[in-house]
Design a protein around this ligand. Structure first.
Ligand code: IPD
Ligand code: CA
Ligand code: CA
Length: 260
C-alpha cells in the first residue's frame, strides 16, 4: 500500500473518531440480539468509513460490524470495520474505545488502523512497512517467559471461556483492539481472544504482526492466514503474542467453553 493510501486510511479513521466524539454527549442507545449495546454513533461511523473505502477501493469487499455486508472472505481484498470497539466504554464515558479499520489480502491481515480519539493514540500496521504508534515505530520485545508481573489481556469472552495456568496478571480493557495496540508497547505480553468476530481482530492482527507478534491457536500452531474464517461466525480462541510467549501461553491455556 502506497503512502497516499496509508494516509487516506489514517485520515478516514481520524474523521470517524471525531464523528463519534461529536455524538458522545447525545447518544441514542439500543440493544443487539447478542445482548450488547449499540449507539447511533456506531452506525454513523460505519457509514462514513464504508463510504470512504467504497470511493477509494470500489471493487473490494467490505464487512462491518453494524451492517455486516459481504460474507465472501476469500476474495482477494476484504475490508473489516469495527466502527467503535469498546462501545460499552464509549457509552459509559471511559476513554478506552477505538475506531478500527483492517484489510485482509487473501486471508492475511495486511493493513490495520486503530484510532483511540480520547487517548490521542493511533496505531498503524501495513504489510512489510512496520507498525507505528503516533508515527513512532512500535515493536514487541522478545519474550522467553511469563512472570507474575506480566499482564495478559483477556477479552470478556476469553475471561469466561479460557483458563491460563501460568503466573500472570489478567486484564480486560473492554476493547480487544486496544489489547492488540498495547501489545505493541510491551504493556501486555499476550492477548487472548475467544468467541471472536473478524472485525474484532483483523485490524489489531495487522498491526501486531508488523510489530513482531503472531496469532496462535490453542495447539500452539501459528495461523498464517484467516482464509476460511467466515465473517458472520464466532471463532475458536486465539493468542496474539511474540513467538515464544504465544507457544507458552497456548501450552498452558485450557478452553472451558466452545464458541457459540
Ligand atoms: C467488544 C470489545 C470487548 C470484547 C468483545 C468485543 P465491541 O467489541 O472488544 O472488549 O470482549 O469480544 O465484541 O462490541 O465493543 O465492538
Ligand atoms: Ca469489537
Ligand atoms: Ca463495535
Amino acid at each position: 500500500m502506497n503512502h497516499e493510501d496509508r494516509q487516506f486510511l489514517i485520515n478516514l479513521a481520524h474523521q470517524a473518531g471525531e464523528l463519534a466524539r461529536r455524538h458522545s454527549d447525545k447518544l441514542q442507545i439500543g440493544g443487539k440480539a447478542d445482548g450488547s449495546l449499540v449507539t447511533d454513533a456506531d452506525i454513523e461511523v460505519e457509514k462514513l468509513i464504508r463510504a470512504g473505502l467504497r470511493e477509494r477501493w470500489p471493487d473490494e469487499a467490505i464487512v462491518g460490524e453494524e451492517m455486516v455486508g459481504s460474507t465472501d472472505t476469500d476474495t482477494n481484498n476484504v475490508w473489516y470495520i469495527d466502527p467503535i470497539d469498546g462501545t460499552h466504554n464509549f457509552i459509559g464515558g471511559l476513554p478506552l474505545w477505538a475506531v478500527c479499520i483492517g484489510r485482509c489480502t487473501q486471508g492475511v491481515p495486511t493493513a490495520g488502523v486503530i484510532y483511540a480519539p480520547v487517548l490521542g493514540l493511533t496505531w498503524t500496521g501495513f504489510a512489510g512497512q512496520g507498525a507505528y504508534l503516533n508515527g513512532a515505530p512500535a515493536s514487541i520485545p522478545a519474550c522467553e517467559e511469563i512472570v507474575r508481573s506480566d499482564m495478559i489481556a483477556f477479552t470478556t469472552e476469553a475471561t469466561s471461556d479460557l483458563q491460563l495456568e501460568l503466573p500472570h496478571s489478567q486484564r480486560n480493557l473492554g476493547s480487544g483492539a486496544l489489547h492488540c495496540g498495547y501489545l505493541t508497547t510491551g504493556a501486555f505480553k499476550a492477548c487472548l481472544f475467544s468467541n471472536w468476530l473478524m472485525w474484532d481482530v483483523v485490524p489489531g492482527l495487522a498491526i501486531a504482526a508488523e510489530a513482531g507478534a503472531t496469532a496462535y491457536n490453542l495447539a500452539g500452531q501459528p495461523l498464517p492466514t484467516l482464509t476460511g474464517f467466515t465473517a458472520r461466525d464466532r471463532h475458536e480462541p486465539i493468542i496474539v503474542a511474540a513467538p515464544r510467549c504465544g507457544e507458552l501461553v497456548a501450552a498452558h491455556t485450557t478452553q472451558l467453553r466452545q464458541p457459540t
